[in-house]
Design a binder for this molecule. Structure first.
Ligand code: KIV
Ligand code: ZN
Length: 514
């Protein structure tokens, strides 16, 4: 029985559905870093992965289950014994484990994908929930493609899994087909027709194919849904999932309308968003609500005038409330080791002696090249120096010749599996030549899907942030690199993408879900 009727549970699936974003695959260390930040953010449930999908997924879920104490840790499993057993093995040591099992319920999926009758699928759902309950009473069931499912069959299925012991029942809009009024009505229909729903948390899981995932989730909570499944920055399969920061801030900002609340520490939102970008290399569009670079930037003179007079004229929430502080100058080349450690601490990172040694050298290095150092620069250094795991490839040395009369060329030295290899490349420009050199050294030639450069902070001496996307066998991987020299940042991004690709090759998902 839910004690606080107005409480919305935040179920974060960044590490599972979010990881299904093209290019978003993360290694175990990276998943753990994200999980720790989700814990700081105050999410109620972390869906840590899909343990049957690969050995890498299993190990990541197990590690997260062992190390995260304040959140429930969910593992995904199809509605069969093997998946559920594997999921349980991964989460059994968690402080609060949850098995999340699912099966499709729409006729389209039953006919073309599962090739099973409604009766068969209903029985499998009941058997799966009963089996999951033999391990834990914290069982969630999802009726995949619920929004294209016959309503009365959905009522039968939801009633049956509740009777079998599911404590949370999720109603996914798997293909992002529903519109807000319709989705809200579906949730209301379930409350009106599922006789044993009273003690169950109804959950919503919306995909953003029509751009209404957040609106759908909001419509659902007005009809009684009390768990929202979402991801940081809205990443996820295809067009992504409900964005955590948007749903939480909508509920917060319009408390007058919804009268609902979450336990999210909103001041941790921006940090979570930046961290995910650093880890996955997937940038956030500038006009993205809440966490985009322009979300709190006022360009119009009339708006600026209003803001000077009274902030509430044009600001419905403050940047501080989501953890965006003024990008102030924090470090210079005279900043000592202690000051650096203190500043990271203020940003919420506690560093070990070893980590601090590595970072201090890099901060001083950067301070030699760049006048002012900002929080974003410090985060970029932290990620590159500390969080990135042992890689197959590393950049040792890069020298590039280019200009309006030279043939662009790059000479390069790289470490490949501990061996130092030197080679050169030519190209149409310095970046092209650098990538050619990397391909020669690594003897790889993956198609380049995307190359993008951004400045992390303002000014011509800013750190350049480069994103590179490579294609591999129907998958894509993102790489990210940051450096004051954009050619070096480009090399780092390409090498990062190659390292991720190596990880992906070993951990290619054997099973894919929407
Ligand atoms: O979109 C979906 O239906 C899913 C389920 C596995 C919950 O991700
Ligand atoms: Zn999904």
């Amino acid at each position: 029985m839910q004690k606080d009727k107005n409480r919305i549970y935040i179920f974060d699936t960044t590490l599972r559905d979010g990881e299904q974003s093209p290019g978003a695959s993360m290694n175990i260390e990276e998943k753990l870093i994200i999980a720790k930040q989700l814990e700081n953010l105050g999410v109620d449930i972390i869906e840590a992965g899909f343990p049957i999908a690969s050995e890498g997924d299993f190990q990541a879920v197990r590690r997260i289950a062992r190390e995260i104490k304040k959140c429930q840790i969910a593992a995904l499993a199809r509605a069969n014994k093997t998946d559920i057993d594997r999921a349980w093995q991964a989460i059994k040591n968690a402080a609060q484990p949850r098995i999340h099992t699912f099966i499709s319920s729409s006729d389209i999926h039953l006919k073309y994908q599962l090739k099973k009758t409604r009766r068969q699928v209903l029985e499998e759902a009941i058997t799966a929930v009963t089996h999951a309950r033999s391990y834990t009473d914290n069982v969630e069931f999802s009726a995949m493609d619920a929004t294209r499912t016959d309503k009365d069959y959905l009522v039968d299925m939801v009633s049956a899994v509740i009777a079998a012991g599911a404590r949370t029942v999720n109603v996914p809009d798997t293909v992002g087909y529903a519109l807000p009024e319709e989705y809200g009505s579906l949730i209301a229909y379930l409350f009106a027709n599922v006789k044993n729903v009273a003690d169950t948390i109804i959950s919503v899981h919306c995909h953003n194919d029509l751009g209404v995932a957040v609106a759908n989730s909001l419509a659902a909570v007005t009809k009684g849904a009390r768990q929202v499944e979402c991801t940081i920055n809205g990443i996820g399969e295809r067009a992504g999932n409900t964005a955590l920061e948007e749903i939480v801030m909508a509920l917060n900002t319009r408390k007058d309308l919804f009268g609902l609340h979450t336990k999210i520490k909103t001041e941790q939102i921006f940090k979570s968003s930046r961290l995910l970008t650093q880890v996955t290399g997937i940038p956030v569009q500038p006009n993205k609500a809440i966490v985009g670079a322009n979300a709190f930037a006022h360009e119009s003179g009339i708006h600026q005038d209003g803001l000077i007079k009274e902030k509430s004229t044009y600001e419905i929430m403050t940047p501080q409330s989501v953890g965006i502080t003024d990008t102030h100058i924090v470090m210079g080349k005279h900043s000592g080791r202690n000051a650096i450690a203190q500043h990271y601490k203020k940003m919420g990172y506690s560093l070990t002696e070893d980590q601090l040694n590595k970072i201090t050298a890099k901060v001083k290095d950067l301070a030699d090249k760049k006048k002012d150092i900002y929080d974003e620069d410090l985060e970029a250094i932290l990620y590159e120096e500390v969080y990135r795991g042992e890689d197959k490839y590393a950049l040792v040395y890069l020298n590039v010749v280019s200009g309006n009369v030279a043939i662009p060329s790059a000479t390069m030295e790289m470490q490949v599996d501990k061996e130092i290899i030197r080679d050169a490349g030519f190209g149409n420009g310095p970046v092209d030549a650098t990538f050619a050199a990397i391909r020669n050294i690594t003897k790889t030639n993956y198609p380049l899907l995307k190359y993008a450069v951004n400045a992390i902070t303002g000014g011509s001496d800013a750190l350049g942030e480069v994103n590179v996307q490579l294609k591999y066998d129907g998958y894509s991987v993102m790489g990210r690199g940051a450096h004051p020299d954009v050619i070096v940042a480009s090399a780092k991004a390409y090498i990062n993408a190659l390292n991720r690709l190596e990880f992906l090759k070993e951990n290619v998902k054997k099973v894919k879900v929407e």
